[in-house]
Design a protein around this ligand. Sequence first.
Ligand code: GDP
Ligand code: MG
Length: 163
Amino acid sequence: MAGIVAVVGRPNVGKSTFFNRMIQRREAIVDAVSGVTRDRHYGKSDWAGKEFSLIDTGGYVVGSDDVFEKEIDKQVELAIAEADAILFMVDVEAGITGMDEDVARLLRKVEKPIFLVVNKVDNAARLEDAVEFYNLGLGDYYPLSSINGSGTGELLDALVKVL
Ligand code: GDP
Ligand code: MG
């Protein structure tokens, strides 16, 4: 096993959709409506001949901001403890949210490779919208669409280099 990759981010950015695409099996649960308690899921994937494990840190309970914040802390803790690389996913449809900024703040302290993934970049217009994510202070980002697959190759090329 070459490495463990955790996908973190606030609810609804598309973590489970990405996970499902990567593992090509319907193991993670994708919700159009948030609010289901779920466990994290593990799956295997490979790219350019390198195999790795993916963690979908999807489990959360609907509720107050407090509950979300605790869940995000938990995701980041898990990622720090278990992962060799972290995919921090955000959503170009929604833009930067307060919760994204909270996650970014936590991740800045983590000394592991972090890839900022701007999801839902389904078309060229959204590619332009993605530039705002430079403001998260994490440097360059990988725009992609977990639904149609565009952009995933660039991310995976960079990811497997650090595994
Ligand atoms: P999670 O809570 O971060 O795991 O997010 P989900 O994977 O459950 O996705 C939340 C919603 O975003 C669902 O309605 C998905 O269909 C949608 N979604 C996920 N990826 C994309 C994408 O690349 N483009 C678009 N337009 N929608 C997406
Ligand atoms: Mg999920």
